[in-house]
Unconditional design. Structure first.
Length: 334
């Protein structure tokens, strides 16, 4: 096809732009999307910036082997890199690859999660004031992941049933968890504050929040409705480029991370702990209280019970209930 003189043919969108669009079409989370993009970039740079269409299984195998041998990455990291490259070739470039062979697999590392005792949890939560403290209370009280808590919306809290809904959690799954009785009053007070802020925002021509793509198209005004507001909104507005709406994002997760790390230091806890440690502690303490593993699995949203089984190794059963022969000798050591 000939182009008129003086006109340049329209450029095909770049590979990364195509990758971004495809990720959006397949409803992957923004974080997974940026992780996948990162792996594709690393793969291309690893092979001297050759065009991906000139490469295939051999080059993918070489890259994954290098990650395991030189990078010494965890198996889950290597698996994510492979998933990213298979997505890129299959969905973006429409190149079907046979199975990738001859990959040196990353060595599995069995790590038990850090768990805080009940007294340590009480101490840490007591040292976390304000909104970060309330968010940390939910991480421990409902077993939420950090981003699941940050993304809670007003309509996800059900005080009458004492439950909360985690929407589009890890793996794009919804689940129901419990709303701890001790968190009810602080949450109601939080909602009163947010309601007043939202009403004031609406009067000033703002009051919008980001909605899932399809919903925003179907119900253009839902982004301003009370039910869709964040339970933990940010303190500032931003202007959305596409719509021109003045929106609030949810509170950035780093606010909670910083507050938690300061509390752990002040409590004098020497073990490495992060906000996710509260979720590990929730699961372990439930098992210690005698709840069955299937219940804990559902509350945590694990697809496979084997993931939940890791907590049984920490609970004071099994090895914890075995008496050492040293203790049977009687008396004390010199």
């Amino acid at each position: 096809m000939h182009h008129m003189q003086g006109q340049t043919p329209p450029r095909a969108p770049g590979l990364m732009a195509r990758m971004r669009d495809t990720i959006r079409v397949h409803h992957y989370s923004r974080r997974t999307g940026s992780a996948y993009e990162g792996w594709v970039r690393r793969f291309i740079i690893f092979h001297g910036k050759r065009h991906p269409m000139q490469m295939g299984e051999l080059e993918i195998a070489a890259f994954l082997t290098s990650l395991a041998v030189r990078g010494r990455v965890a198996p889950s990291t290597q698996n994510q890199a492979l998933a990213a490259l298979l997505f890129f070739y299959g969905k973006v470039l429409h190149v079907e690859l046979p199975r990738v062979h001859d990959v040196v697999r990353a060595r599995p590392r069995r790590r038990l999660p850090t768990v805080l005792t009940r007294d340590e949890v009480r101490q840490v939560l007591g040292l976390m004031p304000g909104t970060p403290g309330l968010m940390a209370t939910l991480l421990y009280g409902a077993g939420l992941r950090l981003m699941e808590c940050a993304r809670l919306r007003v309509k996800d809290l059900d005080f009458s049933r004492r439950s909360l809904i985690v929407r589009a959690g890890k793996g794009d799954k919804d689940r129901v968890s419990l709303l701890p009785a001790a968190a009810e009053d602080p949450l109601r007070r939080q909602l009163e504050t947010v309601r007043a802020m939202h009403d004031s925002d609406v009067q000033r021509g703002a009051g919008w929040v980001e909605l899932p793509d399809a919903l925003a198209r179907k119900y253009p005004n839902a982004g301003r409705s009370w039910g869709w507001q964040w339970v933990f909104p940010a303190t500032r507005f931003y202007v959305d480029r596409q719509t021109g709406q003045r929106r609030r994002h949810h509170l950035h997760e780093s606010v909670l991370q910083r507050s938690f790390h300061e509390a752990v230091l002040r409590a004098g806890i020497a073990r490495p702990a992060s906000p996710h440690t509260l979720r590990h502690s929730f699961a372990t303490h439930l098992l210690e209280d005698g709840y069955d593993i299937r219940t804990v699995q559902e509350l945590l949203g694990h697809a496979d019970v084997s993931t939940t089984m890791i907590y049984t190794h920490i609970v004071n059963r099994g090895y914890g209930a075995v008496r050492s022969p040293l203790d049977r000798l009687g008396g004390t050591l010199p």
